[in-house]
Design a protein around this ligand. Structure first.
Ligand SMILES: *[C@@H]1O[C@H](CO)[C@@H](O)[C@H](O)[C@H]1NC(C)=O
Ligand SMILES: *[C@@H]1O[C@H](CO)[C@@H](O)[C@H](O)[C@H]1NC(C)=O
Length: 611
């Protein structure tokens, strides 16, 4: 509270008495005024992609300013290294294993809109709680936590079921398939007998024509037919995927199928600005969940070519512009001092992302090893910035371990509610740390899952600066000298794709943040006793996990035609053009006095170029 009073001083008269009076009134006003909450999550953004985390070549002035006016977390950990579980944990404050958003098979995320898994309705998100506290709530952008259960329109996993009054965005994720010419995430040809069949056929024909063997005509015909059928099925599948998976929704209505991505960051931004304007008079929670910088990369015309890192850098620039727009509207409506703003990424940069044309798309995880889909630091150490002028002292950084699950209790308490007591919550309220009432975080242990497999554990002993991290297994990289899995595009954690370690691989992140050299009993005398403490913590943790049904089983992940959202008929490929009315509505909602101010990214780029 002293911080608040300090910042109020300039506007308060200098008379001590008056100041005191005002202070009390400021404080009580603060107590009755629930802060607005603007939570922004960039997809797959690397911690090394931002200026405020040390990037020298990408320009992120708006995010840097946010960090300058707020607090920068330098040991901020995503609860999972893949989108679906990381987001489930963020929204519920719980390890994904507790909600069943963890599976034991490969994908680990939803890959079809027409899958039946999702965030179970009995889970409680912060949106659900703050809505009960009188907040207006919106999700703009990516969801990736399921859509339907039993029919194509039951929307049992829709954001509205989880407390979001308003939704504009995509129920699944942005995929390569959502942009023509960017290839596909479905590399089924690797698993289908397609190539083998082709090789067998060509060899047989060659051997036959050279007279080495004789094959009967019937067999040749059969193989040929099989090849043609498989080709047609696969070509058909790849044609259809965008129509099935690239769906843009406004609340429960399909706006575009497949969506056109190029201007989507702009459209999401104007949605966010509109939402804030509409609700400036009441407490609101906005979860702005960027589609970028996840493949397929896109940036609107004004940002293309603005970075020296190709389309990936351009997309980062556009996201930064968008953050600036949100800050501007908060300032313009004088809401900044009553709004907690948070910015993070759902996991580390996706290093294996190389476009169909060979352009490197994956971002930069700074000094941290590996990236998305691994529990090496590069996969889970993410940017974390919190700003609330007058309530959180600006300009500092916190090096204590924090988690994206911490936003749950923090947000819930700020809304005036208390944290649910009928379930295990793994996040810790951040306010004491942010307001400098304590120096140590409550995260003594953090458990790192890869899908449903416990992959590693982190221990920050209460009385020491060490941060121990023990790996029970590590992903098999390919090529071996690159900390990434280029053969499979993401690393998998099923037993056939990992190496188990007994004893576990041990690191002290405080001395070796890049996880270069595992410790041994020779290099770390306390090796065995450290591991013993960690293994005991793992035991306790396992006991606290109640078994629930997995949402990511093969059955829950697979494409089910009867769950397919479809705005026209199947024979028309579920195709809908952009809703013109929608666009016009948006145009109308732009600020009539100063349209440039809000919507012209070109002006913004010009401005930042001049800096
Ligand atoms: C994107 O926006 C620009 C400028 O606002 C417009 O000219 C262009 O047609 C839009 N593209 C699409 C595909 O909507
Ligand atoms: C900045 O980010 C780009 C894009 O991810 C990356 O290629 C570059 O190495 C980074 N630069 C620094 C200095 O970290």
């Amino acid at each position: 509270m002293s911080v608040l009073a300090l910042n109020m001083k300039p506007s308060c008269p200098s008379s001590l008495l008056l100041l005191l009076l005002l202070e009390t009134s400021c404080v009580s006003l603060q107590g009755s005024n629930k802060p607005n909450l603007v939570l922004m999550m960039v997809d797959d953004l690397g911690i090394g992609d931002l200026g405020c985390y040390g990037n020298k070549t990408l320009r992120t002035p708006n995010i840097d300013q946010l960090a300058q006016e707020g607090v920068k977390l330098t040991h901020h950990i995503a609860a999972a290294s893949l989108c679906t579980p990381s987001r489930a944990a963020f929204l519920t404050g719980r390890y994904p294993i507790r909600s069943g958003v963890a599976g034991s098979i490969r994908p680990g995320v939803f890959i079809f809109n027409a899958a039946s898994g999702g965030l179970p309705s009995q889970e409680v998100t912060f949106a659900k709680i703050v809505k009960q506290q009188g907040y207006e709530t919106a999700l703009i952008g990516k969801w990736h936590l399921g859509l339907n259960c039993e029919s194509s329109e039951d929307h049992c996993h829709h954001p509205s079921v989880h407390g979001f009054n308003y939704f504009f965005g995509i129920p699944l994720t942005n995929m390569r398939d959502c942009q023509p010419g960017h290839g596909t995430v479905f590399q089924f040809y690797k698993f289908l007998p397609y190539r083998t069949l082709g090789i067998v056929l060509v060899t047989a024909v060659l051997l036959h024509s050279c007279g080495f063997i004789t094959i009967r005509r019937g067999l040749t015909l059969f193989l040929l037919t099989l090849l043609v059928v498989v080709t047609i099925v696969m070509a058909g599948f790849y044609t259809i995927v965008p129509y099935f998976n690239c769906v843009l929704l406004r609340d429960h209505r399909i706006v575009e199928q497949p969506f056109t991505s190029v201007n989507l960051t702009q459209r999401m931004t104007s949605e966010a600005v509109d939402f804030i304007e509409r609700n400036s008079a009441r407490p609101f929670l906005l979860f702005l969940s960027f589609l970028q910088v996840h493949t397929a990369m896109f940036a609107s015309a004004a940002f293309r070519g603005t970075s020296s890192h190709g389309i990936y850098g351009d997309a980062v620039h556009e996201v930064d512009w968008s953050v600036g727009q949100v800050m501007q509207i908060l300032d313009r409506l004088k809401l900044s001092e009553n709004t907690l703003v948070y910015l993070t990424s759902d996991q580390g940069a996706h290093l294996e992302e190389v476009s169909a044309r060979g352009e490197v798309h994956g971002g930069w995880n700074g000094i941290y090893k590996a990236g998305k889909s691994t529990n090496w630091e590069g996969g889970i150490r993410v940017p974390g910035i919190l700003r609330w002028p007058g309530s959180i002292p600006g300009g500092g950084q916190i090096e204590e371990p924090t988690s994206n699950m911490d936003l749950f209790p923090t947000v819930v308490k700020l809304s005036g509610a208390s944290v649910p007591e009928d379930r295990q919550i793994d996040g810790h309220d951040l306010m004491d740390l942010l307001q400098q009432r304590v120096e140590r975080s409550n995260h003594e242990f953090l458990f790192h899952y890869c899908n449903a497999y416990l992959n590693a554990v982190r221990w920050h002993p209460q009385n020491s600066s060490s941060v121990w991290k023990a790996f029970f297994f590590t992903p098999n990289f390919y090529p071996e000298d690159r900390a990434a899995c280029f053969h499979t595009l993401v690393c998998f954690c099923t037993p056939d794709h990992v190496t188990y370690h007994d004893p576990p691989l041990l690191f002290d992140l405080s001395r070796d943040p890049s996880e270069t050299t595992p410790l041994t009993p020779d290099t770390e005398p306390a090796f065995h006793s450290i591991l013993a403490v960690m293994e005991e913590a793992v035991e306790r943790h396992h006991r606290s996990v109640k078994p629930v049904q997995s949402q990511l089983t093969a059955g829950n992940l697979m494409w089910k035609p009867w769950l397919q959202p479809c705005c026209s008929s199947f024979t028309q490929l579920c195709q809908c053009q952009e809703d013109q009315q929608d666009q016009e509505d948006q145009q109308d909602q732009e600020d009539p006095q100063d349209p440039k101010d809000q919507q012209d990214p070109e002006a913004a780029v010009g401005a930042s170029n001049e800096r």
